[in-house]
Design a protein around this ligand. Structure first.
Ligand SMILES: *[C@@H]1O[C@H](CO)[C@@H](O)[C@H](O)[C@H]1NC(C)=O
Ligand SMILES: *[C@@H]1O[C@H](CO)[C@@H](O)[C@H](O)[C@H]1NC(C)=O
Ligand SMILES: *[C@@H]1O[C@H](CO)[C@@H](O)[C@H](O)[C@H]1NC(C)=O
Length: 331
């Protein structure tokens, strides 16, 4: 009885947001979050971050109280405004990403209802973390080439993002300032190879190029672009061939993603708005009937569903079909 009353009161309070900004309850939650994420601030910064954290938490609670296909949650980004997040982690300039006629050739289906390349032995490397560098495009590229290489050779070898950051500038890539998987595959093709993660480890900032031809470990014969906005061709490629690199637009609601099928009314769906690159490793259909992609991100395993997310499939959600590509392997 008493417990029920406490539950009722606390529910009413949290639902109507009667808690003012700097009450101990919020600070307690913030301090817990700080210790969980090893955050330390000076006093001034502490109150600034507490304020942002509290706003984010409100947005998360508000979203989760509604009827949505995905939930939000606290994560390592919860003390940042979206504007700060955008500058640190996303592509800040429009990329040249649309392929009006792609090289991918569709076969006629039928396709399996559910595909998940992670369930095959040794095809997908563990989720990585790009850190404070706009290098998503390099992780999308290595993720795709690692899988293509593993499917063909049986060997799953983590490949170097840092080489792409340092060396792929002649192909319209800009290190931590952005780039595109299709352009990175072009670089690997003309460069005659990409080194391993071990031989050319990740630093997460721009540096000079240290490519050593003798240590090249994966080779690209050609780049296959999928025709822009042909999402069915992406299904064809993922079902028959391998995981596929794609770009889409990240908006503020995505920063707090926890689990479920992401869909947004905030994002746009054109190629010029694409600001993040990731890897489709599979697809499926929810019990509710909603089709989705299974996507590998590069924000570490603490974000989303162990570093992965699901996003609605079949509607070019957030421009996800605007620029997708994969490499053909040179063995
Ligand atoms: C929640 O949303 C789904 C899909 O939009 C809808 O089918 C369902 O009826 C909604 N449930 C409630 C309780 O509003
Ligand atoms: C693929 O698209 C990129 C732009 O993202 C373009 O630079 C490249 O030439 C295209 N490659 C092919 C083989 O169509
Ligand atoms: C897009 O392509 C043009 C022409 O090749 C180039 O000058 C420009 O820098 C490219 N944009 C980006 C963001 O790479």
């Amino acid at each position: 009885m008493a417990l029920g009353v406490v539950w009722f009161i606390s529910t009413v309070f949290s639902l109507v947001h009667l808690t003012p900004l700097h009450l101990p309850k919020e600070e307690y939650g913030f301090k817990q979050w700080m210790s969980q994420h090893n955050k330390v601030y000076d006093t001034e910064e502490y109150y600034h971050r507490l304020h942002i954290f509290t706003e984010n938490r409100r947005e998360i609670d508000h979203h989760n109280a509604g009827n949505h296909s995905f939930t939000m949650g606290l994560n390592q980004f919860s003390d940042m405004t979206f504007e700060e997040f955008r500058k640190l982690f996303l592509l800040t300039e429009p990329q040249n990403c649309s392929a009006t006629t792609g090289g991918h050739v569709n076969r006629a289906g039928p396709y399996p209802e559910f595909v998940d390349w992670r369930m095959k032995d040794n095809v997908v490397t563990p989720v990585k973390n790009q850190g404070h560098c706009g290098s998503c495009w390099t992780f999308s590229t290595t993720g795709c080439l690692e899988s293509v290489n593993a499917i063909a050779t049986g060997k799953l070898i983590p490949l170097s993002e840092q080489q792409l950051i340092d060396c792929a500038k002649d192909f319209n890539n800009h290190g931590c300032m952005g780039g595109l998987p299709s352009q990175a595959f072009e670089y690997i093709k003309y460069n005659k190879g990409l080194m391993t993660e071990e031989d050319y480890p990740y630093k997460g900032h721009d540096d000079s190029c240290h490519f050593e031809p003798a240590l090249a470990a994966a080779f690209v014969l050609d780049v296959v672009n999928i025709t822009s906005y042909d999402e069915k061709a992406m299904v064809d490629a993922v079902a028959r061939l391998n995981p596929v690199s794609f770009g889409f637009q990240v908006t503020a609601d995505f920063m707090h993603y926890r689990e479920g099928v992401y869909r947004s009314t905030q994002c746009k769906n054109t190629a010029d708005k694409v600001n993040h690159a990731v890897l489709a490793v599979g697809y499926g259909v929810e019990e509710s009937g909603m089709p989705y992609w299974i996507v590998k991100n590069s924000w570490g395993t603490a974000w989303g569903m162990d570093g992965y997310f699901l996003i609605e499939r079949g509607k070019n959600m957030c421009g996800l079909a605007a620029c997708s590509s994969y490499p053909l392997l040179l063995i």
